[in-house]
Design a protein around this ligand. Sequence first.
Ligand SMILES: [Zn+2]
Length: 77
Amino acid sequence: MSVEPALWEAFREDRDELAALRAARAGGMPERCLDCKEFLRPQRESLAEYPGTVRHKGLGRCFTCYERNRKKERTVA
Ligand SMILES: [Zn+2]
């Protein structure tokens, strides 16, 4: 199967997202939030343990971006 280079490039972000989603489902999480690029910390860890991070909510996103993404999906669908 061959893919147009331009198309491949256009979907670069989606590929990154898929990799992050896979990591998240496997129990891990990406180093940074997929949307705002802030450093993530595991959901149960405190800010004191991970200074300067945002809490991981799910699907590779922090709480804020996860909620925003959910609303977006709802309105688009
Ligand atoms: Zn975020």
